[in-house]
Design a protein around this ligand. Structure first.
Ligand code: SAM
Ligand code: SF4
Length: 422
């Protein structure tokens, strides 16, 4: 048996893609291995969302080169950087054997055959259009023993946010037919999975035969499934129907990740986000009315080209007003082939120190808010879906509340059970 090692960068979508790669490789006689030093095949599943992610993958590639030299391992690069760079990557890294985009995961066995037989270098980065795209089906056996799993419901993105590379690396939106999604979840439930997170770049524009709200409701009714989550959503197509689903179905977990990106309407317009700060706040108000206590989290970009101190103050004020449970905030990173990336200086680039200072101010505020939200929980009893032993201390247990807050606790418990933790 030959052995493979996959290094995954970036988002949950990539983590899921890596699992599908593993399944495709198992069919070609490969088995996974924990240490790359002994691998016959090394795959880097890459992320292009920010420059830093790309730099990390280039430095990892350098490390793997030595293994190639010592034991003739094959090296493949998949994911978003592969899609973006295509054959340029082969020129940039002459020791890379093959490059494949996110739509070519199912072709891995064939790509490997071509590489192994001909010792030829292969580039496979065509997009598969909506009619012909087949979502790789997860093997439920690989989920046995897990309490929580991710299920892909769509790929690609039809939005054109001016900072974002995803439409170029993941192609047009394609929704997975609802019957396939529900069948996969039923299989997962039958091997013990209790919580599923439906994933896609923009899940609430799902069009797989039923509305996204209906998909959530049907998922929640699958025997064995106790909690349903999803990510990520775009504020401009957050429908009333979806908000209502939170009111009627308790198994839809009370947590909503809704990236706002900025609190300034002027910047939102330049970002091509299609909503105003007031509209965003209005959606949250409706959500909080439908499900009091719902946890809200977000993504924010600071230092977008042309962002003035006043624009940033609006983002700061919005964070204070919403009181997010947590946020992922990032410094704007210019990306190839994006409007904001190509016009950074024209639109108003700024010194890096200004960006860092803004990010630090915002993150300091968020830490205070998160601390206050968590302190308010002291003394209450929370329902935790137990996922297994704690990573930090094997004598303790780990799980999450319905709001997606992580909890480590002592006592007796079992994976998959609900524990009441004080
Ligand atoms: N589809 C999701 C949405 O529209 O909100 C976001 C998906 S993206 C993979 C995750 C986050 O990365 C975005 O919400 C954004 O905050 C951040 N991001 C994307 N492009 C960026 C860039 N050029 N610079 C900095 N952060 C970026
Ligand atoms: Fe990128 Fe915007 Fe699509 Fe999200 S909605 S993936 S930020 S283009």
């Amino acid at each position: 048996m030959k052995r493979y090692f996959i290094h995954t960068f970036g988002c949950q979508m990539n983590v899921n893609d890596s699992l599908r790669m593993g399944e495709a490789l198992a069919g070609s006689g490969y088995q996974p291995i924990q240490s790359f030093e002994d691998a016959d095949l090394i795959i880097l599943n890459t992320c292009a969302i920010r420059e830093k992610a790309e730099e990390k993958m280039i430095s990892a590639l350098g490390r793997y080169r030595a293994v190639k030299m010592s034991r003739q391992a094959l090296i493949g690069v998949g994911g978003c950087v592969a899609q973006q760079e295509k054959d340029k990557l082969l020129r940039r890294a002459p020791y890379v054997d093959f490059v494949f985009g996110p739509d070519a995961i199912g072709l891995l066995p064939e790509i490997l055959q071509r590489v192994e037989r001909g010792r030829a270098r292969v580039v496979e980065t065509a997009f598969v259009d909506s009619e012909h795209y087949v979502f790789p089906r997860a093997d439920p056996e690989t989920s046995r023993g897990k309490v929580s799993e991710f299920v892909t419901v769509m790929k690609g993105c039809d939005n054109v946010c001016s900072f974002c590379v995803v439409p170029h690396t993941r192609g047009r939106e394609v929704s997975r037919p609802f019957a396939q999604v529900l069948a996969e979840i039923a299989d997962l439930a039958s091997v013990g999975v209790r919580e599923v997170t439906l994933i896609g770049q923009n899940v609430n524009s799902y069009r797989g035969g039923i509305s996204f709200a209906e998909l959530l409701l049907r998922t929640a009714r699958i025997p064995g499934i106790q909690r349903v989550r999803f990510t990520t959503s775009h504020p401009h197509d957050l429908s009333d129907e979806l908000i209502d689903a939170f009111r009627v179905e308790r198994r839809i977990a009370p947590h909503f990740h809704l990236p706002v990106q900025s609190g300034s309407d002027r910047i939102l317009k330049k970002m091509r986000r299609d909503y105003t700060a007031v509209e965003y706040l209005g959606r949250l108000e409706a959500l909080r009315k439908a499900r009091p206590g719902i946890a809200i989290t977000t993504d924010i970009i600071v230092g977008f080209p042309g962002e003035t101190e006043e624009d940033f103050d609006r983002t700061f004020a919005l964070t204070e007003a919403v009181r997010f449970d947590s946020q992922f905030s990032f410094i704007f990173s210019p990306r190839p082939r994006t409007a904001a990336g190509s016009h950074e200086e024209e639109w108003g680039g700024m010194p890096r120190e200004v960006k860092i200072q803004r990010l630090e101010r915002l993150q300091r505020l968020q830490r205070e808010i998160t601390g206050q939200i968590m302190s308010a929980q002291v003394g209450s009893v929370v329902e935790v879906l137990v996922e297994g032993r704690s990573k930090f201390n094997p004598d303790r247990w780990f799980g999450r509340t319905a709001e997606n807050r992580a909890v480590d606790f002592d006592g007796s418990a079992a994976a998959g059970a609900i524990a009441h933790v004080a």
